[in-house]
Design a protein around this ligand. Structure first.
Ligand SMILES: Cc1cc2nc3c(=O)[nH]c(=O)nc-3n(C[C@H](O)[C@H](O)[C@H](O)COP(=O)(O)OP(=O)(O)OC[C@H]3O[C@@H](n4cnc5c(N)ncnc54)[C@H](O)[C@@H]3O)c2cc1C
Length: 473
């Protein structure tokens, strides 16, 4: 008896050999020069069948633009205009066979639990599983998602209104889509399109969760037009949502979520000890053109109206995904059903910046207050590290008020991520001609700040603000 090791080595060798043969075969057999050769092979395989297109090739399609199949080998014209003109059909006796059926419904029987007939089908805009048509924006704008068409007569006793989310169930499964009330569909029948399948790991749009596997005994046509279902208004279970961070993302979430759902509990934890505010306006707050009140995006009263609990000045330090809990900076744990991370980004600080007085980052109200305390915003001398959108915004605000501002930019032009060379050049000129002579220079390249820069120039300043945004890890 060979040892186990020996057998597995033999097996491994056999497998290796087989793989080599397959690789070779694939190379030999898939040696088509172009798509027309693949089509030619496909066409040759149809020879002698009911769908014979063995006479077709790319050149004929290009020359004639359109032909009708069958298109057998010796065909010279435009194909077969009309099938069965010779009255010979694809039946054993070549005659048309008329089959009679009992008119008893062979489909699934309706029951008190599933009293509605679900019929499935197409909508004008989409083709099959939308692999191509689903990418056409105009079509998606017309009908963007699956829906259930239901007659108002059936909707009323179920308390269903137009666009309500409904759950449709059968003995096989369920789906969840919006209801479309329409008198065009017969009472007792509901319709769902077949095009939407699994989207973002959810198969709640997939109508074939509901359909059964009955087929016509002769034609083998699946019975997708008649399944017994029930439709109910969908009621989501109440959930607790925890949001970490109270920036623009969290604020937008609260407003749009509450438009759809007023039941769920929403708790927000913010490192910053302030209400929701608009950090985009911090430059105006710094130079005093806007008071703090103008930056607030949600007042205390509005917080109550939105039925949220905002924990100000309390950060989340730990997330436990298994228990679905978070731990705050006071050591308390909080359970969640849904957790939303809206922690934003933070200023990118160069590694070798010494802890000097007068060096600031700029992302929050605290940053702004610290800067204001230190700097003379009307007659200061400020170096801004970072010539992106935020740096330029801050620079122009300070310069407008009379400060002397220098922007230090690592690459050779302003807003390098957003603008091309010409755009950057125009922006630079605009800043100077706009009467902002204090935006003095753009120094490149520079990776250190303090008393010296790479080019050897020494800049004496009152404040340094760093403005490059980076992402939280
Ligand atoms: C001065 C300035 C000017 C700007 N100008 C513009 C502009 O003109 N146009 C534009 O489109 N964008 C601008 N931006 C960028 C814009 O502000 C951001 O893109 C936007 O704020 C991002 O929103 P967010 O909700 O993702 O994060 P943020 O608004 O950054 O909010 C995240 C919040 O989460 C908090 N947080 C982080 N970790 C925790 C934790 N563990 N626990 C609790 N809380 C936490 C943070 O403290 C912060 O309050 C500007 C930004 C600044 C700073």
């Amino acid at each position: 008896m060979p040892s186990f090791d020996f057998v597995s080595k033999v097996d491994a060798q056999a497998l290796d050999n087989a793989m080599n043969v397959i690789r070779k075969e694939i190379t030999n057999r898939f040696d088509f020069k172009d798509a027309s050769e693949i089509y030619a092979e496909h066409a040759s395989l149809t020879e002698g069948t009911n769908i014979d297109i063995s006479g077709l090739n790319y050149q004929i399609l290009k020359d004639k633009r359109a032909v009708q199949w069958p298109y057998p080998k010796l065909e010279k014209g435009s194909g077969t205009a009309r099938l069965f003109a010779d009255h010979e059909f694809y039946t054993p006796d070549k005659k048309a066979n008329i089959l009679s059926f009992s008119d008893k419904n062979q489909s699934e029987a309706l029951t008190p639990e599933n009293p509605l007939i679900l019929t499935t089908g197409r909508i004008r805009d989409q083709w099959h599983t939308r692999s191509k048509t689903g990418k056409v924006n105009k079509l998606n704008q017309h009908i963007s998602e699956a829906f259930l068409e239901i007659n108002p007569y059936d909707a009323a006793p179920r308390n269903i209104k137009d666009l309500d989310i409904v759950e449709i169930s059968s003995l096989r499964g369920d789906v969840r889509v919006k209801a479309k009330l329409s008198p065009d569909i017969k009472p007792g029948v509901v319709f769902m399109p077949m095009h939407w399948g699994k989207i973002l790991k959810s198969d709640l749009n997939r109508v074939n969760n509901l359909t059964n596997n009955l087929v016509d005994p002769i034609s083998k046509e699946p019975d997708f037009k008649y399944s017994a279902v029930e439709v109910k208004l969908y009621k989501k279970e109440r959930q607790k949502i925890i949001v970490i961070g109270a920036g623009a993302g969290a604020c937008g979430f609260v407003k749009s979520y509450r438009a759809l759902n007023t039941e769920d509990e929403i708790e927000i934890f913010s490192k910053e000890n302030f209400p929701f505010y608009n950090r985009v306006l911090l430059p105006d707050y710094i130079i005093g053109t806007l008071p703090w009140q103008s930056l607030i995006k949600m007042s205390d009263v509005e917080e109550l109206d939105y039925r949220i609990k905002l924990h100000r000045g309390l950060s989340i330090e730990k997330i436990n995904k298994e228990d679905k809990t978070v731990t705050d900076s006071n050591g308390e744990t909080h359970h969640y059903d849904v957790l939303l991370l809206a922690t934003g980004s933070r200023a990118f600080v160069l590694k070798d910046v010494p802890a000097l007085n007068g060096v600031f980052t700029m992302r929050s109200r605290n940053d702004a207050d610290n800067f204001k305390k230190h700097a003379d915003t009307t007659n200061g001398k400020v170096v801004i590290v970072g010539g992106g959108l935020l740096g330029i915004e801050m620079a122009t605000s300070l310069a407008e008020k009379g400060s002397k501002v220098i922007i230090i930019q690592r690459i050779s032009r302003l807003m390098g991520r957003q603008l091309d060379g010409l755009g950057s050049q125009l922006l630079h000129e605009e800043l100077i001609t706009k009467g902002l002579p204090s935006v003095q220079d753009i120094l490149v390249p520079c990776s250190t700040i303090g008393t010296g820069v790479h080019q050897g120039q020494v800049i004496s300043v009152q404040e340094v603000a760093t403005y490059r945004e980076g992402h939280q890890h």
